[in-house]
Each structure stands twice: as C-alpha cells, then as structure tokens.
Design a binder for this molecule. Structure first.
Ligand code: MG
Length: 210
C-alpha cells in the first residue's frame, strides 16, 4: 500500500455542465494540470486556512484516485488504482480569470497552500462500484454539488492512459478527476462536508486569512 503522495495530477473541465457554467468550451483532449504536494491538507474536521482578500475562492469537489503501481501499457484502472478519496480543488476564480486572459500558468489560482484538501483514502472499490454511487458536497448542511463518474467527459481509463503517455504515471501519484456543476465561493466559517454513497468521507471549517 502506497503511503507517500508523489505527483498531484488534476483534470480540468471534465464535466460538461461545469465547463458550461464557467463559459468554457469542452476540451477535445484531457486538460491536465498539477498542484504542489504542499497544497495537500487533511479534511479531518479541523479548520482549513485559505487565502482571503484575493477575490472569489471556489470549491470544486472531486473524486480522487490513488495509483498503487507503476503504469504499464494496457493496464486497467481497476489494476492501477489502490485508493479513492474525495477532495476539493480550491480555485481563486478571479485570479484564474486574469491569468487565463494573460495566458499565464494556473499555479497562482490553483496551487496555493491548502488548495488540495483530501479525505482519508479508502481501498479502491472498482470502477463498477464508483459508477453506482454519487459524491456530494454539503455546505453548511445544504447540498451544493453532486457528481457521478458516468458524467465525465473523459472517463478514468482515458485519463490514466493520457497522463501516463504524456507525463508518466506511477505508484504514489494521485489524480483529482474534475468537478461537476455547482461550484461557488466559500466564506469564512463555512462547513464543507464530502459524502460518497451517503457516507461522510471528510469535512472542514473554512478560515480565510487576511
Ligand atoms: Mg477542478
């Protein structure tokens, strides 16, 4: 079982309704970006310190898979993945809008400290089980996002094959697989809770620093 996280891959615009809500075109190949490992933080019920005063800070709830062995051509997701978790790809949306216009890298909008909080990993349940359940974000007790891997533009097999071919994929890498519709800003004091199949995987209280 892998314990150390190596690369943090993320998939952008992988749900059609989310791409549409931000006015983005649906990509014709997977849009992959990285976060530093310093972006990781536990969704363990404690406070999550995030940047305040930099415009809107959006949650993006995502299914996260962990790779348990080095990729070999033809390997199936069910053989490669050894864990699943729920995470949030926090995004400074106003910062992102500016750097998108300038054609600059996404790091300032996506890679800041604590921008990749994660629930504990569970054993990977298999693709069939993933398709049978939905993941849900509740903000202050009200449902804010609901997603199912069936709605992905690029399915998990396509994503792992694409990442492996272009960037490499090995034991300890994790993949944030994209967010469904419903992204919105957080405020100081918000309680975020993440569920899969009705079971709470993790939660945190948002603290925006000054
Ligand atoms: Mg995302």
């Amino acid at each position: 079982m892998v314990r150390t996280i190596r690369n943090i891959y993320c998939v952008g615009r992988n749900y059609g309704l989310h791409a549409a809500e931000l006015g983005n075109d649906v990509p014709d190949e997977p849009m992959i970006f990285l976060k530093p490992t310093h972006a990781l933080a536990p969704l363990d019920g404690g406070e999550l310190i995030l940047p305040g005063g930099r415009g809107e800070l959006h949650y993006e709830t995502e299914l996260v898979i962990r790779i348990g062995r080095d990729y070999a051509s033809g390997a199936q997701v069910d053989e490669l993945a050894d864990g699943m978790a729920l995470g949030i790809d926090f995004t400074l949306r106003d910062v992102q809008s500016v750097i998108k216009k300038k054609g600059q890298p996404w790091l300032p909008a996506k890679g800041f400290l604590n921008s990749a909080p994660l629930s504990p990993f569970r054993p990977f349940p298999g693709l069939a089980a993933l398709k049978a359940q939905e993941f849900v974000l509740k903000k202050n007790g009200a449902e804010a996002q609901r997603g199912n891997v069936n709605d992905m533009i690029f399915d998990l097999q396509t994503i792992v094959d694409y990442i492996a071919r272009h960037y490499g994929l090995g034991a300890g890498d994790i993949i944030y697989t994209g967010t469904p519709a419903g992204v919105a800003p957080v405020s100081d004091g918000d309680l975020l809770e993440l569920f899969w199949g009705g079971e709470r995987f993790g939660c945190a209280v948002i603290r925006l620093n000054k």
